[in-house]
Design a protein around this ligand. Structure first.
Ligand code: LLP
Length: 388
């Protein structure tokens, strides 16, 4: 691993996201193992990672795409994902987007009574609608990524499902959709959700269901127990003719790292700051959700101190890891942050006019492929119109 990453640094520079096909495949196999007896339509949540090369790879393993915007659709299109495998999610689908996308996708998750009205002007018979239900269940995850509580903006409140069905006797409605949050590590919220789903689906005779995503991975020693999922959730899904899944994080987070170079070591009375060439513009999850991405030092020293790993940007929130006893590395040595494959690059930004990082794929036969160039300064200012 060390040599591989040093080579990547030499060839492509840092900061860089590096993804490992082998790990992606392992995770996909784990997933298939759980759904053995189910007629599953797996899709990948493009919001977690929008690199078309990753989507293309996933498509080889039968994954379609779950998209929210036309931008995400374009990534799926570049990856060659067929329309039959595309699900469109979102709580703000505009009439213009509906016009553009309706013939390019198969499944639509309807977020509200009001959205259903928009679709009445559309007579595309090939679409399949799923009503996104807000079951008011606590997913016990970070408040920013919980979606199934009634205070959250998503879904049709459960008591309104009947009203939607009565007002819109639309044959295209094939079932319900549930996605109560992301990074869920407990089984109980899933069990509760799919018990409710079963009740409602029986009542309205729905033969299909979309079960969303949300499987929690191991950032800090806790993850969703898949054996339990198989035992307790799968039986609740056996009655359906088709189960659509929208996984993001589980598939790609542990298969990606963010590779960084140490550019400064700053000693203070309180602690040591390990400054890297990447920061919150590359990986915003620590700053935004307080999330922990375990650092790995390629050349660890014996010199351990209380330290933060920070970026070079101009705000104190620009930190990646904090208040840990860490081996203080040499200048120019490499560090990587684990579990960065999901919501890493896709949430990166240009704060401080920093350039977005490169993305590299390590294939199963250990080839390293550049799958997205580092941004250039020309890219950064390409939309500027100099006035006068
Ligand atoms: N389906 C729907 C309708 C979603 O809203 C999401 C994620 C997924 C599927 C995929 O969920 P996953 O399997 O990845 O948990 N930026 C946050 C995560 C936001 C998730 C938004 N929705 C983060 O960095 O943790």
């Amino acid at each position: 691993m060390k040599e591989l990453l040093e080579n990547i640094n030499e060839k492509f520079g840092t900061p860089a996201y590096v993804y490992f096909e082998e790990e992606i495949e392992k995770r996909i196999n784990k997933m298939w193992n759980i759904f053995k007896d189910i007629n599953l339509t797996p899709t990948f949540a493009v919001k977690a990672n929008n690199n078309p090369n990753i989507l293309k790879l996933l498509n080889k393993y039968d994954f379609g795409a779950d998209i929210v915007t036309i931008g995400e659709y374009k990534a799926a299109e570049l990856a060659g994902i067929p329309k039959e495998k595309i699900v469109w999610n979102g709580n703000g689908k505009s009439k213009e987007e509906i016009q553009f996308l309706n013939k390019k996708i198969k499944y639509v998750n309807i977020d509200s009574f009001e959205e259903m009205r928009f679709w009445q002007e559309n007579n595309n018979e090939e679409i399949e609608f799923f009503l996104r239900v807000n079951p008011d269940i606590n997913a016990k995850t970070h408040p920013h990524i919980s979606t199934g509580l009634k205070k959250n903006k998503f879904g049709i409140p459960i008591h309104m499902v009947e009203k939607v069905l009565k007002n819109f006797p639309d044959k295209r409605i094939k079932g319900l959709h549930f996605h109560i949050g992301s990074q869920i590590t407990e089984i109980e919220p899933f069990v509760k959700t799919f018990e409710i789903a079963k009740q409602f689906s029986e009542k309205y005779n729905f033969r299909k269901i979309n079960i969303g995503g949300g499987w929690g991975i191991n950032y800090v020693g806790k993850e969703l127990d898949l054996d339990k999922y198989k035992k307790k959730v799968i039986p609740l899904l056996k009655r359906y003719d088709e189960v659509i899944l929208e996984l993001g994080r589980f598939i790609i987070a542990p298969a990606g790292i963010l590779l960084l170079k140490v550019v400064q070591i700053k000693e203070t009375e309180n602690k040591t700051f390990i400054v890297t060439n990447g920061g919150m513009n590359d990986l915003i999850r620590p700053a935004l959700y307080n999330s922990y991405h375990e650092p790995v030092f390629l050349n660890p020293t014996e010199n351990k101190k209380l330290a933060d790993i920070v970026g070079p940007l101009c705000e104190s929130g620009d930190k990646l890891v904090w208040d840990k006893i860490l081996p203080i590395p040499e200048l120019n040595s490499l560090i990587y942050l684990k579990n960065s494959g999901a919501y890493g690059y896709s949430m990166s930004n240009n704060y401080n006019s920093a350039l977005k990082p490169a993305e590299i794929l390590v294939t199963k036969n250990h080839e390293t492929k550049l799958i997205r160039k580092r941004e250039s300064y020309d890219d950064l200012y390409k939309n500027i119109i100099i006035d006068g």
